[in-house]
Design a protein around this ligand. Structure first.
Ligand SMILES: Nc1ncnc2c1ncn2[C@@H]1O[C@H](COP(=O)(O)OP(=O)(O)O)[C@@H](O)[C@H]1O
Length: 285
């Protein structure tokens, strides 16, 4: 597959190699580099900082990877690339892959690595031609093979592993809605999980749509209870080697979500040493 080959072997002269260039090797180094570039000599009006972020978000279905990755992408000015979105775009097209993908996705199974690499490299190439650099990957890598191949072509700076109680994950997936017009995601679930077995209780307010989206909400075909349970099973089966891979490289940052967005977002920024960054960004916006 040509696009996959290009992804695996970016030539040093091609601009693809800019996207996949070698950068930092540990979380600590990554965070201190970010701080030295953006905190000590901030130039927040510079649209092209000399170095961009290459981050990965891991976490079970429903944990909120998309929500937090998208917020960070806006904050840091790098694209949020969710392989689930790429798969859904392909599904909604009338392309040759569409029917094959629907069968896999609607059973809660993983799409083949080859298809995922093809979709991802096309997305990266399209972004590159628009001048994008850096990324926050969401939903990729999902298997150890994907992580190893990604590692051959580029250096990931930081891997954030979001965690949440499993009963809450299921409720969140079932409450998920998408506006069929603007594509924004919402959640109608009002979560009040009791404290049990030493776990603290947890409340999360719904994330309701504005009036102009309210009548256009749709539910993903794979957000039924049976498919969500299967996606969680598949995730749990495949994720440990991926987490260990990044833990061994010193890049994994575990983050237990303390609640909904109002509690979790400031804590996540703090954990990433970006709380100050947000204040400075909004000051120049
Ligand atoms: N990296 C990947 N490898 C294989 N399949 C993937 C990958 N990313 C997404 N998919 C497919 O797309 C579906 C939806 O992905 P996503 O939106 O990330 O869902 P989730 O809410 O389960 O994290 C997955 O269940 C899977 O079938």
């Amino acid at each position: 597959m040509a696009a996959l080959t290009r992804l695996l072997k970016p030539s040093s002269s091609s601009s693809t190699s800019l996207l996949f260039r070698r950068s930092l090797s540990t979380t600590t180094a990554a965070v201190s580099e970010i701080q030295s570039q953006h905190h000590q000599s901030p130039n927040f009006s510079d649209p092209k900082p000399s170095r961009n972020f290459q981050w990965v978000f891991l976490g079970c279905p429903g944990v909120g990877k998309g929500t937090y990755a998208s917020r960070l992408s806006n904050l840091l000015g790098v694209p949020h690339i969710a392989t689930g979105d790429l798969v859904r775009e392909e599904l909604s097209s009338s392309g040759p892959l569409s029917r094959q993908l629907a069968e896999i996705v609607n059973q809660g199974k993983l799409v083949s690595d080859e298809i995922i690499f093809d979709l991802l490299s096309k997305r990266l190439e399209a972004g590159e031609s628009k001048g994008e650099s850096g990324f926050i990957l969401d939903g990729f890598p999902r298997t150890i093979r994907q992580a190893e191949i990604l590692d051959e072509v580029t250096e990931i700076d930081l891997v954030v592993n979001l965690k949440l109680r499993e009963d809450v994950l299921v409720e969140k997936c079932l409450g998920r809605r998408i506006c069929s017009q603007c594509g924004k995601g919402f959640n109608v679930a009002s979560i009040n999980a009791k404290a049990e077995n030493g776990r603290p209780g947890m409340s999360m307010a719904p994330l309701l749509p504005p009036p102009h989206c309210a009548s256009k909400l749709i539910t993903r075909a794979d957000d039924t209870e049976q498919v969500v349970q299967e996606r969680l099973r598949v995730y749990n089966e495949k994720s440990q080697p991926v987490e260990d891979f990044y833990k061994n490289q010193g890049k994994l940052m575990e983050f237990d979500l303390p609640g909904g967005i109002p509690e979790s977002w400031p804590k996540l920024l703090e954990a990433l040493n970006l709380d100050d960054y947000e204040v400075k960004r909004s000051a120049v916006a």
